[in-house]
Design a protein around this ligand. Structure first.
Ligand code: 1GP
Length: 217
């Protein structure tokens, strides 16, 4: 299997199986998790259960917040997304200003992350909530240029997102093209459901693949 890390995404807005049940589902695909991502387009983090469950399994939890109500000082890291594929000023700087002091008081490491939404064949909640248009997966040039711009602007990771529940994951061709041009970690998620698609994303150059929906049902 290709090198890379597997992240289980837990959406605070959705009821779902326990973390150990998700780990068992993942293991049925022949995979084991390296970390937990906690966050979603909407919703509020109203329970600390995930942290307890993750700790019991020895897994770090990284926040991947869709809003300032999904923050917790208990996490090991905060991926601070900047929606660089879109042109909504609120998601480029506005929300960050609103949450800045709260984030600082958490006292946990922050990784600024260029977040690039790519059409996955349906309309995911991130598209509705962000009111931005995804990039076309065939427009590799724009996707790569967006990732490079993110790196030049100081982002410390790039997330290629097909959207939760995407019909089609980010094509391996896109992952490979971005990987070739950036020198920061590459995270890929959205629509990854099978061992094959997960391994393909890792082989194409993803450092971390994110699996949410496939382990929720
Ligand atoms: C969403 O990329 C993640 O941010 C996960 O997507 O739910 O389709 O696995 P899925």
């Amino acid at each position: 299997m290709a090198m890379g890390r597997i992240a289980i995404l837990i959406d605070p807005d959705k009821q779902g199986p326990s973390l150990s049940e998700r780990v068992a589902k993942l293991s049925a695909l022949g995979l084991s998790p390296d970390l937990i991502l906690l966050g979603g387009s909407t919703g509020v983090l109203d329970s600390e259960t995930v942290f307890d469950q993750a700790r019991a399994l020895g897994l770090p939890v990284w926040l991947f917040p869709g809003n300032e109500y999904q923050l917790s000082p208990q996490a090991e890291n905060l991926l601070l997304p900047v929606l660089i594929s879109g042109r909504n000023p609120q998601l480029l700087i506005g929300k960050h200003v609103e949450a800045a002091r709260k984030i600082r008081t958490l006292g946990i490491p922050v990784t600024p992350m260029g977040y690039i939404l790519i059409d996955g064949g349906n309309i995911p909640s991130v598209q509705k909530v962000s009111e931005t248009e995804p990039l076309s997966p065939t427009d590799v040039e724009t996707i790569v240029s967006t990732a490079i711009a993110g790196e030049l602007l100081g982002q410390q990771a790039i997330y290629l997102e097909a959207g939760s529940g995407a019909l089609y994951p980010v094509p391996t061709k896109v992952i490979a093209a971005v990987r070739k041009e950036i020198n920061i970690p590459l995270i890929v998620g959205g629509g990854l459901r099978s061992q094959q698609t997960i391994n393909d994303a890792l082989t194409a150059g993803a450092d971390i693949v994110v699996i949410g929906t496939a382990l929720e049902h």
